[in-house]
Design a protein around this ligand. Structure first.
Ligand code: LLP
Length: 382
């Protein structure tokens, strides 16, 4: 991922910072568009994964739609020339202000998550004498086999409309004249590496589709969300996720009607591997079992390890040492969870060495915090 020149450049820059390799992003986008267009699938980029300007520009150039979860994301998508016919707005808690903004811009669809939300969108659309296109986000109760904080498709999660509520939802929709039901939406979770979860999702979607068919309710669009995982352990060997297998699962197992269109909302799999967090070693401190490498980046720049005990590969970029040593790699923040990895074996490092924390392009920069009055984290590109 890094050339000698990259590392020489890093040595002249103030750390910590995000580094994006836009060539990797472009290769990833090429594969996504090539494979998805083979099946005529529509891919929306999940803005929540990364809204860095350069990253968004490139994704927009490849013609992806935008999956947004806030009014500000909708606004940013439109500012970055994502076509409004390809903007979807999801989220369990859309405020009136956010709904009004999306209505004003005639976005493609609201993914709705509760009966009350349907009533509110209808009411606000009525005031504007508009018809809002909506998709029902249904909780499919499918196990994603991923971290519990990023599992969304189980009935115990707050997301989506449960299947036992469908009868009441359909009845309600008949009375809501300013809504047009255009489809169904699903999302079972994120960082899914056991792809059989997507097969289970297809089977469940087929059953739910049948329910609607039996009631003669037409659905033009099926949106199966995102969730494809990336290889955090081997970012150089598996830089581009296996989109071939992923899309093929839907082609093999999802029973679409001839007139139906299939949509995806991919976040992590698009951007994770193109980004790294570059940080400098401030201090080496002796510990009881392993030494601590104290970095100038912490959970404020990359929250995933502290929040989900997530693994990110850590590499030394500048150490010349032959000998390997184990370190607990930690940040400077006053929290014990501010730790990027325990007993990480890397070449012996010293104060001033640069480390790269890999696969940080997704849910990295966007989740940065100013806790402890930390500076905003900068970004550089190639
Ligand atoms: N669609 C919906 C409705 C979602 O909730 C999400 C992610 C996506 C699409 C995109 O999923 P992806 O392709 O990125 O897996 N901060 C966590 C991940 C949170 C994911 C939230 N929803 C992390 O750092 O792992």
């Amino acid at each position: 991922m890094f050339t000698k020149d990259d590392i020489l450049r890093f040595e002249t820059l103030e750390t910590p910072f995000y580094f994006y390799n836009l060539e990797i992003l472009e290769q990833t986008l090429k594969i996504i568009t090539e494979v998805s267009s083979r099946y005529n699938y529509h891919v929306h980029y999940a803005f929540k994964a990364n809204t860095n300007d350069h990253v968004l520009k490139l994704i927009q150039e490849y013609g992806l739609g935008a999956d947004c979860v806030s009014g500000n994301e909708v606004k940013k998508a439109l500012d970055y020339s994502f076509s409004k016919e390809k903007v979807v707005f999801a989220g369990v808690g859309k405020s009136d202000k956010e709904i009004n903004l999306a209505l004003d811009h005639d976005i493609f669809s609201f993914n709705c998550e509760s009966i009350q939300e349907l009533e509110v969108i209808n009411e606000l659309a009525e005031v504007k004498q508009k018809t809002a296109r909506i998709a029902l986000r249904i909780n499919p109760n499918v196990m994603a086999n991923t971290h519990r904080y990023i599992t969304t498709g189980l009935e115990e999660n707050k997301f989506g409309i449960s299947q036992w509520e469908l009868e009441a939802v359909v009845e309600k929709l008949e009375k809501l004249n300013n809504l047009e039901l255009i489809g169904l939406h699903f999302h079972i979770g994120s960082q899914i590496t056991d792809l059989t979860a997507f097969k289970s999702l297809c089977i469940r979607v087929n059953e739910i589709q049948e329910w609607f068919q039996n009631r003669n309710i037409p659905l033009k669009h099926i949106n199966v969300g995102g969730g494809l995982g990336v290889d955090y352990h081997n970012p150089d060997e598996n830089t581009i996720p296996d989109f071939e297998t992923f899309f093929k699962i839907f082609d093999d197992f999802l029973e679409l009607m001839p007139h139906q269109e299939l949509h995806f909302e991919l976040g992590r799999s698009v951007v994770a591997q193109c980004g790294a967090l570059i940080s400098k070693v401030l201090y080496i401190k002796n510990g009881v079992k392993t030494d601590f490498a104290i970095l100038d980046a912490g959970m404020t720049e990359l929250l995933r390890p502290a929040l989900y005990q997530a693994y990110h590969k850590i590499e030394s970029l500048t150490s010349k040492a032959k000998e390997q040593q184990k370190y607990d790699v930690v940040g400077p923040i006053c929290e014990s969870s501010d730790c990027f990895g325990k007993a990480i074996e890397i070449p012996k490092i010293q104060r001033g060495d640069l480390l790269a924390i890999r696969s940080a392009g997704a849910y990295g920069e966007v989740m940065a915090l100013n806790y402890n009055l930390r500076d905003d984290v900068k970004a550089y590109y190639k």
